[in-house]
Design a protein around this ligand. Sequence first.
Ligand SMILES: NC(=O)c1ccc[n+]([C@@H]2O[C@H](COP(=O)([O-])OP(=O)(O)OC[C@H]3O[C@@H](n4cnc5c(N)ncnc54)[C@H](O)[C@@H]3O)[C@@H](O)[C@H]2O)c1
Length: 267
Amino acid sequence: MGLGTVVITGAAGTIGSAARTALRDDADRLVLLDRVPIQAETAAEEVHNVDLRDAAAVESALSGADVVLHLGGVPDEAPLGDLLDANVLGTHHVLEAARRAGSRRVVLASSNRVAGFYPVAHRTDPQEPVRPDGLYGVSKAAVEALGRLYADKFGLPIICLRIGSYEEVPTEPRHLATWLSPRDAVGYIRAALTAPASLRFATAYAVSANTRRFWELPDESVLAYTPVDNAETYAPHIADAELPADSSAPQAGPYALPEFTLKHVCS
Ligand SMILES: NC(=O)c1ccc[n+]([C@@H]2O[C@H](COP(=O)([O-])OP(=O)(O)OC[C@H]3O[C@@H](n4cnc5c(N)ncnc54)[C@H](O)[C@@H]3O)[C@@H](O)[C@H]2O)c1
């Protein structure tokens, strides 16, 4: 208890399902929104089968929202039209609905892929300019910009979490830098939802305390959470974990390759 009415968009998804379970005890009312049907599992849960592109339906679902965790959207490379619809327009609808509801905090799911072209040797700070590794990253840069706009113009408190690679365990060499464990994901999400309203806007990487990480951990004055997991523990089980990394290669690895984006571009 304590967070009041908590809205989770994308509640049927991977991270949304984990957040739903984790936040059950923090919320008085848990409003779950997704375009795919969800079944309520407790008396405190309320489900809304809503497409984020439908502004009126999003506004109705967010009515009375104290805090909003916006995870819904297309989570990977796709045609730009699809990304603009679900991620950019969808986020605009969520922010506008939260503004009208008088929400005290909105947490937006951004991605490490807004800056995947920084080289492996570079420790990226979220204040640095974006360097998207594809169209998905461009859509998340727009999500962050919308958040900044709503914070600056309307005073809506926003935190953008640049999520790393959310996996039960790291399974490939890149994960040794980018892994976000389920436990740390919940820690970051809870810290962001409970941040003081005086924190009007922040962008922070949500990544585990990986020895090889590419990104600065959030300052505790921004986000009161210190990650506890480290992908290095799993390195002995990952093939090629000890091959020397090309320090000038993009952090995004294969996602930065032209063909990864070109397969989604109309000819
Ligand atoms: N999983 C990761 O490693 C990772 C990394 C970086 C960022 N993120 C971001 O975190 C968020 C959650 O990721 P996830 O892995 O749980 O993704 P997911 O695909 O499992 O969940 C996304 C959910 O959003 C819903 N959705 C998509 N379009 C919608 C629409 N138009 N209207 C309503 N609902 C819609 C889907 O039905 C799905 O349930 C996404 O915004 C993603 O971009 C995830």
